[in-house]
Design a binder for this molecule. Sequence first.
Ligand code: DP6
Length: 359
Amino acid sequence: MNTDQFIAKSTLKFVETASFTWQTPSNIALVKYWGKSNPQIPKNASISFTLNNCHTITRVDFIRKEKSDEVVFNLFFEGKQKDEFKPKIAEFFKRVQSYCPYILEYEMTINSENSFPHSSGIASSASGLSAIAMCLMSLEKELNPNLSVDKIHKKASFLARLGSGSASRSIEGPLVVWGNHPEIEGSSDLFGIQFPYKVHPFFENYQDVILLVDKGEKQVSSTIGHNLMHKHPFAENRFLQANENLSKMSKILQEGNSKDFINLVESEALTLHAMMLTSNPYFILMKPNTLEIINKVWEYRQENSSNICFTLDAGANVHVLFPENEKENILQFIDNQLSKYCQKNHYICDTVGFGAKRL
Ligand code: DP6
């Protein structure tokens, strides 16, 4: 795989100080990424809806200094110095420094905040790392004004991936594919691309309500979960199935078949958790209320001939997906019947979004 294309050209311009602010979203996978090899190469292709309201806003201030061997940065989260978040970001910078050698010539100060509550169980790594990646690319654009928007998006996704796989899908929207797939033109293991085919209007402005069943720290991190796929007895079949599911999903998205969409999305969510249940060591991230909600969603769908469905991340929270024309009824259903299964009755209403925004 040709990664040389992502090494920054020796810089043309001299920039003493610079400051950039980006807002980048979270995303929710429809076909899931679970299993990877080094360096952050997915075992199968995945596709996600980019979200709109769940996002991170990050400002990075760059001050030029003598070139050093290690990246120098300060980190503030919601106004407070956050040393506990530093190792993950330091690791990210280590992985990207050969592609962005200019970061060794700057002291960086990162100020970040999330639109969703910090301890909501919503993974902030996708939005957090994609925001930093966009700030780095803004500096690179100042240093090398010839960079095209296309190249900036591609490289930002490439960099974000090195921090967290799913972050590669948080640069663009409304649908992003990450991972090489024979039927998706331009797809790559190295970066996410916008789904390259015309999407049926049924999926326009699709809704995602995130039910916060458990806001606590997960017992098993995604990184550990991915690693457990290495010796997993069902891994090879799972990777094949996921790629087949992406072929099916591509057709569904273009043709607008809602029943097939529901079936595939829910099956992907349950398969992800089945991989966790059948890992060794095995683990369960769903909670009793996750199952209560799933059953209620199924009941509601049956009784109302609705297109409501659910998906899950690597956690207990439930993403409830539905088309915009059912919004009023489903929001009422959620408020009346599902919010009681959420911690402090909390849930977040979101819609499909269009990716990173410079502020
Ligand atoms: C279940 O992207 O969080 O959300 O690459 O180790 O940072 P790392 O993992 P991460 O894994 C996300 C897994 C998932 C499915 C998905 O988003 O496709």
